[in-house]
Design a binder for this molecule. Structure first.
Ligand code: RIB
Length: 315
């Protein structure tokens, strides 16, 4: 199959990460054990993940005219990602994410979007010819909702697969879900959209059913260490996880979404989700967002070792 062309329209942040023994309660101070700064942002992470998985990746978004923006631009460029539509905001700072990672691998994140909100719908309209040339377009919820909707609308009218990674968790305006071909939230994002707390597979089925009622066509619910659930209006099935000793789940969902979009064209949702589960699992083994995103060769080796290589890749 030719190299897939994947456009990600989304956020680019710099992640300020502190390792802590546990996430502090409100009003509590805990002593961190390490601090580092890495490139992140759901959009940029998904573009990097797609590039490392072998796609011809394009990233469209907005950074500030500052050192963090320059760092992101350099880093995305080094991955071979097309940055024609990465703009620099004249006044707003580059987005940041303050991330606490607990020793047990849980995390808590505060995102300040800043320049990311400068990627307005007119910027999306200007990309319509590019969108039409893609195999898939990925969006998340760290840029204006109107820009997310515009991207999905143009992709739909061009017959291009539109994937909505519904993070970070928030209610979405009516009408956005029905513009996406695939809606892929994690448990907390599904709860924010549907009101269903996802603590079991039955809860996940219920939340997925609600997302379909709200306009979704196909739902792939990311369940972290429990794998993923697929649902459309005719069927629903669980794709089991690959158990690993996770050290940091930041960007594992981004790795999953990029892998899903790339593998969807195989036409076998179960295989595509298995590939995505493996990519997400590998992303939990290394600290940090973009440093953790695996290469295609690593994902294939991981699947082969577990006798789980999808037929398409085994050929
Ligand atoms: O999905 C992980 C990402 O969420 C982090 O890199 C952070 O920047 C936030 O956008």
């Amino acid at each position: 199959m030719p190299q897939p062309r994947i456009l990600v329209v989304g956020s680019a942040n710099i992640d300020l990460v502190t390792q802590v023994p546990r996430i502090p309660k409100p009003g509590e101070t805990v002593i961190g054990t390490s601090f580092y700064t890495v490139c992140g942002g759901k959009g940029a992470n998904q573009a990097v993940a797609a590039a490392r998985l072998g796609a011809h990746a394009y990233f469209a978004g907005c950074v500030g005219n500052d050192a963090f923006g320059a760092l992101q631009r350099q880093s995305l460029g080094d991955e071979g990602i097309d940055l024609t539509h990465l703009i620099t905001h004249p006044t707003e700072a580059t987005g940041t994410a303050v991330i606490l990672v607990a020793d047990q691998g849980q995390n808590s994140i505060v995102v300040t979007p800043s320049a990311n909100y400068g990627f307005t719908p007119d910027r999306v309209e200007a990309m319509a010819p590019l969108i039409a040339q893609m195999d898939a377009v990925l969006v998340q919820l760290e840029i204006p909702f109107d820009s997310v909707a515009a991207t999905l609308r143009i992709a739909r009218s061009a017959g291009v697969l539109g994937v909505l990674d519904a993070g970070p968790a928030q209610r979405v305006p009516e009408g956005i879900l029905e513009l996406a071909d695939i809606v892929s939230p994690n448990e907390t994002e599904a709860e924010a959209m549907t009101g269903v707390k996802v603590a079991s597979l039955d809860d996940a089925r219920l939340a997925a059913a609600k997302l379909l009622e709200m306009g979704g066509r196909e739902v792939v619910l990311k369940l972290g260490a429990n794998g993923a659930l697929y649902a459309n209006t005719r069927e629903s099935f669980h794709v089991p996880p690959f158990p690993v000793d996770a050290v940091d789940a930041v960007a594992a969902g981004d790795a999953f979404t990029a892998a899903l979009a790339i593998a969807w064209r195989w036409g076998v949702p179960n295989d595509a989700i298995r590939f995505a589960n493996a990519t997400g699992a590998l992303a939990t083994l290394t600290p940090g967002a973009q440093p953790s995103l695996p290469k295609r060769t690593a994902v294939e080796a991981f699947l082969r070792e577990r006798n789980a290589l999808p037929t398409r890749l085994a050929e």
